[in-house]
Design a protein around this ligand. Structure first.
Ligand code: ADP
Ligand code: ZN
Length: 635
């Protein structure tokens, strides 16, 4: 996520810091005196003792000063000019200078002893500079240690310096005012709608508490990376004018046991100090992963998760702290996190459809100079499958390209070329469909929906979209939230099978092809058909005999066959027959309603999303056009 999170080189910094500190110490100890000497002998040039002796013998010296360790001397440049260039040489240990001074005396050189070395320089070094270096190094070291155990705490409530050591600080980013509003978030109207209440609550908690209403403590934002979950959370904080605390679940990975938990504790403490506030936990799946995983537990994660649960349960939502968490894998979250009173609200942050992409492009081109020929609608059409982050990135790349080309405005070509690079540079290529793929997906999805609508006589779906989805499905159909249902009749299950196979049926009827897109449908249909035959006693041929026993209803619902091999063969045949019959029925329904299928599929192709209401409007209009019952074909 391309914002202010420097998760990247965390591991390396402390090592690097240690090396730097060690280097400073080493240099100071080894060369300290020498460095000082250099400082004091600035402007002099060092010469060898040999040169010095030669200069003495050649009578070149004007003036000299002799100390315990060095001899400094000026070369004579003329008769009266005794102070030419200044040189110095180190004294040879244990060498008597009598001869040298005698020669100098003869030559009339002014020479004297340096003021007795009171050790001022080494005193200065050992009593002032050394300690300074030491303290500096120590501070650096402590800082690094503090950072390592507690994070850099960028902008975090001013806890700094030495005070934070030992007490691990959360690697939390706090913004007093995010400055982001809903205007900056394009599309995502449904998500925004769900968040409006939270904003209102943060504005005025008393309004809610006065009635005795309990507000949700948290909401889970679910959606692919880059769809704007962080942005939405910031916008909530921005709209409500409350501080925004954020932390990422992935920061907890590879941490010392206990550190994660204390970070979580600190985070909540800091947030409630300044409440009302928003706490945003990105990538919550990194901590909130289901605990009953097969790969054994992870102590640190479990502790962190438990602490998080404890904090969520412990704080009083009436003082106005709201937790928003983001994930793109809600299915792996620990059930405890999703329980009532915790993250029981789920807000879907979808990949944007055509309109959403257009709006996103508008938002991100607000401050960009666009050439006349730019057609953002066309660009939006070409970028099916791209998420908000891709589009933001694309616009920026295009601007950079325009600058490279020496232009003052971004033109359509810049945008299209940048799209190629942005998408090609990522692994998202698979999520951007070609035109023909889009057609197929569109028909496939409408195939499902139409079969269901015609057979059930009620709105079967709340929404269909052909925007590729996180789960890898190229398009998907959002089922109507079903009323809790415990019993299903055989007829209902058969309609279910026909609906599941309606996708493949549409591919076959319209294009005469079979695609891989139906794999999941076929798997689900087969599972259902197998249950009907082996567990529900719905096959005449097999009868009321249970051939399989469900192993564990709650975990995965897998059943194992518990019958003779020949009976298993029969069961397989029955399953196949059942599936084939339903498939043929689905095909027939679509053939009989081909006009309607085309109409809806083309609408979906154009708009990328169709609501259940729109779908039913088409179906009902069609039913009114035709004599009643004509759209009715039974299996
Ligand atoms: P997520 O948290 O879902 O991974 P982010 O919120 O970090 O995604 O989005 C990254 C960037 O992509 C945002 O800073 C913004 O520039 C852009 N972006 C994503 N979604 C939208 C959107 N709906 N409207 C405008 N910009 C968006
Ligand atoms: Zn399908």
């Amino acid at each position: 996520m391309p914002n202010n999170k420097n998760n990247g080189n965390n591991g390396r910094t402390p090592m690097l810091g240690l090396i730097v500190v060690a280097a400073v110490f080493l240099v100071a100890i080894l060369f300290g005196n020498r460095l000082l000497g250099l400082l004091f002998s600035a402007g002099q040039e060092e010469v060898s003792y040999h040169t010095f002796l030669t200069d003495v013998a050649d009578d070149k010296i004007g003036e000299a000063e002799i100390s315990d360790t060095q001899i400094s001397y000026y070369l004579r440049t003329g008769e009266n000019e005794k102070k030419g260039k200044l040189y110095y040489t180190n004294r040879m240990p244990d060498v008597d200078l009598t001869e040298v001074t005698n020669t100098m005396q003869e030559n009339g050189v002014e020479f004297s002893a340096a003021p007795a070395d009171d050790g001022s320089s080494s005193l200065l070094f050992s009593w002032i500079i050394m300690p300074l270096i030491f303290v500096f190094g120590l501070m650096l070291l402590l800082r690094i240690i503090a950072n390592r155990s507690g994070g850099s705490g960028g902008g975090f409530g001013g806890i700094g310096g030495l005070g934070g050591i030992g007490k691990s600080r959360a690697k939390v980013y706090m913004e007093k005012e995010t400055g982001v509003t809903f205007r900056d978030v394009a599309g995502q109207d449904e998500a925004k709608e769900s968040l409006v209440e939270i904003i209102d609550f943060l504005h005025n908690p008393r309004k809610y508490t006065a009635i005795g209403a309990k507000l949700p403590k948290g909401a889970l934002l679910v959606g692919s990376p880059g769809t704007g979950k962080t942005l939405l959370a910031k916008a909530v904080a921005g709209e409500a004018h409350v501080p925004f605390f954020s932390i990422s679940g992935s920061d907890f990975v590879e941490m010392f046991v206990g550190v994660g938990a204390s970070r979580v504790r600190d985070l909540f403490k800091e947030a409630s100090k300044v409440a009302p506030a928003i706490i945003f936990i990105d990538e919550i799946d990194a901590i909130g992963r289901s605990r009953d995983s097969r790969f054994g537990g992870n102590d640190e994660r479990e502790q962190t998760l438990n602490q998080l649960l404890a904090e969520i349960d412990g704080f009083d939502s009436s003082n106005g702290v709201v937790i928003l968490a983001a994930t793109n894998r809600p299915e792996i979250l620990d059930k405890a996190l999703l329980r009532a009173g915790r993250f029981d609200r789920r807000i879907i942050v979808d990949r944007p459809n055509l309109e959403g992409r257009y709006q996103t492009l508008l938002v991100h081109t607000r401050k960009i100079h666009l050439a006349e020929d730019v057609d953002l609608r066309k660009l939006a059409q070409a970028t099916a499958g791209a998420v908000g982050a891709d589009l933001a990135n694309l616009v920026n790349e295009a601007a950079l390209r325009a600058v490279r080309m020496g232009r003052h405005a971004v033109n359509q070509q810049d945008l299209l070329v940048s799209f190629e690079t942005v998408i090609a540079g990522t692994e998202k290529k698979g999520t951007v469909l070609t035109d023909i793929e889009k057609r197929i997906v569109s028909y496939h999805e409408v195939g499902h929906a139409l079969v269901a609508a015609l057979k059930k006589h009620s709105q079967p779906v709340s929404k269909i979209t052909i925007v590729p989805h996180t789960s890898g499905a190229l398009g998907y159909t959002m089922q109507m939230p079903e009323e809790e249902k415990y019993l299903n009749s055989k007829e209902e299950l058969i309609i279910e099978l026909q609906t599941l196979l309606g996708g493949r049926a549409a591919e076959q009827v319209v294009f005469g092809i079979q695609t891989t897109g139906a794999a999941n449908d076929i798997q689900r249909a087969t599972e259902l058909a197998r249950k009907m035959v082996t567990q529900y006693g719905m096959s005449d041929k097999i009868g009321l005999m249970a051939l399989a026993t469900a192993q564990n209803e709650y975990l995965d619902g897998k059943a194992y066959m518990d019958c003779a091999q020949t009976t298993a063969d029969d069961a397989d045949n029955e399953v196949r027959t059942l599936l084939n019959t339903c498939y043929e029925a689905a095909k027939q329904i679509l053939l009989d309603n081909r006009g309607l299928l085309d109409e809806i599929a083309l609408y979906l192709l154009e708009k990328e999303t169709i609501t259940g209401d729109d779908l039913m409007a088409y179906v009902n209009a069609d039913a009114n056009r035709l004599p009643a019952g004509d759209s009715e074909v039974d299996a």
